[in-house]
Design a protein around this ligand. Structure first.
Ligand SMILES: *[C@@H]1O[C@H](CO)[C@@H](O)[C@H](O)[C@H]1NC(C)=O
Ligand SMILES: *[C@@H]1O[C@H](CO)[C@@H](O)[C@H](O)[C@H]1NC(C)=O
Ligand SMILES: *[C@@H]1O[C@H](CO)[C@@H](O)[C@H](O)[C@H]1NC(C)=O
Length: 269
């Protein structure tokens, strides 16, 4: 989210379960949000890395973070990577031919362990560039790891990930904060958001996975300098509460372990 470069954050998440019964997830569900499926390991576990605020052509310690991600990814045997957006600073991509795609992504995350599927959402800095370029099917042809959409769902047996496009929620981006945003294809804001919330709520309610994780660029609550995101508190949080993460199958015996390792790197702007 940083306007001027302030921080690069890489998070590693390990999800492991020794579920004796794996839930079968029907593939019907939401009409609109596209779904993807990520198999879990044979022993019922899943490992992944999460990174956000990264595209710096290697600068601002992006390369150093990438090296550490490669090492941890190897150690954990990660299955995939999630990007929470701000994929390309400071103004997204210009087009699918923008060399930043390779300079900030392909050529940076070269470690063997990172040659997995990346599931990617957009941040506010991505919206300052050409959004359709980042969403274009041309990019996975350049680098097959790239899977970027505004909002989508990833089913992975023990966990459902809900990727939510949070940037359009933030009113100040629409009302002129001194930057240009690419709202083409989603304007007007109100109908885009109400449709998205409807689809998101329906999908959350239908989810039977023991874990449900919502991924977005902007935090609902935060102690960082940006603070809470008022629009998400107002519009998204009520849906998260209604469809709370209460397990809906008491018959499934399971033991989940969840650990969070994070690197937090302060950088000068
Ligand atoms: C499952 O296997 C992976 C390696 O394939 C290992 O790293 C992980 O610790 C195992 N998890 C469990 C819960 O046994
Ligand atoms: C990179 O990180 C080091 C600390 O590891 C710091 O001294 C340096 O200023 C950082 N470089 C940039 C460009 O932020
Ligand atoms: C955005 O990128 C697409 C794909 O490269 C390109 O066709 C389009 O002309 C670009 N739009 C603008 C406004 O540059």
């Amino acid at each position: 989210m940083a306007g001027v470069a302030r921080e690069a954050i890489a998070l590693a998440l390990v999800l492991a379960t020794t579920a004796s019964v794996l839930l079968f997830l029907p593939d019907s569900c939401s009409a609109v949000l596209q779904r993807f499926h990520q198999p879990i390991k044979a022993n019922g576990s899943l490992s992944l890395l999460v990174v956000g605020d990264w595209g710096r052509k290697g600068q601002f310690n992006q390369s150093e973070v990438a090296t550490q991600m490669g090492k941890v990814g190897e150690k954990m045997g990660i299955d995939f990577v999630i990007s929470t957006g701000d994929n390309f600073y400071t103004d997204g991509l210009d087009s699918v031919d923008d060399p930043a795609f390779e300079e900030s992504f392909t050529n940076i995350y070269r470690a063997k362990s990172l040659q997995k599927q990346w599931y990617i959402v957009l941040g506010n800095h991505d919206y300052r560039g050409n959004v359709s370029a980042q969403l274009s099917p041309a990019l996975p042809k350049i680098d097959h790891r790239w899977l970027c959409m505004r909002s989508f769902i990833l089913n992975s047996e023990i966990v459902d990930f809900f990727f939510v496009d949070t940037t359009p929620f933030v009113e100040s981006y629409w009302s002129g904060d001194g930057h240009q945003y690419d709202w083409s294809e989603i304007s007007p804001r109100e109908s885009y958001i109400s449709n998205l919330l409807k689809d998101f709520e329906a999908a959350l309610k239908e989810s039977t996975a023991p874990w449900r994780i919502v991924v977005g660029h902007h935090p609902v609550r935060s102690v960082s300098e940006h603070g809470d995101t008022a629009e998400l508190l107002d519009l998204l949080l009520p849906i998260l509460k209604v469809t709370s993460l209460i397990p809906n199958s008491c018959t499934v015996a399971r033991r989940l372990t969840f650990s969070l390792v994070s690197w937090y790197l302060k950088i000068t702007g």
